[in-house]
Design a protein around this ligand. Structure first.
Ligand code: SAH
Ligand code: MG
Length: 197
């Protein structure tokens, strides 16, 4: 048993609703890159314990992390999710409905940067953000997110180590270069208190 299997044997973080989403993603030949069950549970706990009411998600895929985020909300909370691929957004939306969150979630289809600029122009504000879309844009997403922040906003960003590719100093892939910029911004901005896990 490895450490992931041990952790899952102690607390099962994937119920039937989440399992069905993961299986649907596989059946639809979508990329199998939803958050791991434990991270999904952590998102639920962070949302609930922070009391966030307005959540922003950047990168919906099949709605796995969306369900986990929405589960932390009270009945008056909302999730706004940004997704480039209209078919993914539709699939995520139907999965959020199955999970009981049809009235609390809205999707904006298109490039997240455009949706973020629109949200900034609308004066939108959020308490919690989950960044999990295309990696080269992470520094730009952080810039926009900070303009959308209510005081005390919690910002979670997935995959910041890029499967350890970030550890290779010579790697100049767009994702690695973007993520280095993101990590530098988040670690040096005096408004932010940060940690890499
Ligand atoms: N958060 C999801 C996984 C997201 S995978 C979960 O854990 O359940 C990354 C998603 O970002 C994909 O669905 C992809 O289509 C989307 N994406 C990629 N580039 C994007 C862009 N420029 N704008 C918005 N979404 C984008
Ligand atoms: Mg991810």
């Amino acid at each position: 048993m490895n450490r992931e299997e041990f952790a899952a044997s102690v607390v099962n973080c994937e119920d039937d609703v989440l399992l069905a989403i993961r299986q649907g993603i596989e059946a639809n030949k979508m990329p199998p890159i939803s958050v791991a069950p434990e991270l999904g549970r952590l998102l639920t706990i962070l949302v609930r314990s922070s009391g966030a009411k307005r959540i922003l998600e950047i990168g919906a895929l099949g709605g796995y992390s969306g369900v986990c985020l929405a589960r932390g909300l009270g009945p008056d909370g909302t999730l706004t999710s940004l997704e480039l691929n209209p078919e993914f957004a539709q699939f995520a939306k139907s999965n959020l409905a199955v999970a009981g969150f049809a009235e609390q979630v809205s999707y904006r289809v298109g490039a997240a940067l455009s949706s973020l600029d629109a949200l900034v122009a609308e004066g939108a504000r959020f308490d919690f953000v989950f960044i999990d879309a295309d990696k080269p844009n992470y520094p730009h997403y952080l810039d926009r997110v900070l303009r959308l922040a209510n005081p005390g906003m919690l910002i979670c960003a997935d995959n910041v180590l890029l499967g350890d590719r970030i550890l290779l100093p010579d790697n100049q892939d767009d994702s690695v270069v973007g993520m280095r910029a993101f990590l530098s911004l988040m670690s040096h901005d005096p408004r932010l208190e940060s940690v890499v896990l």
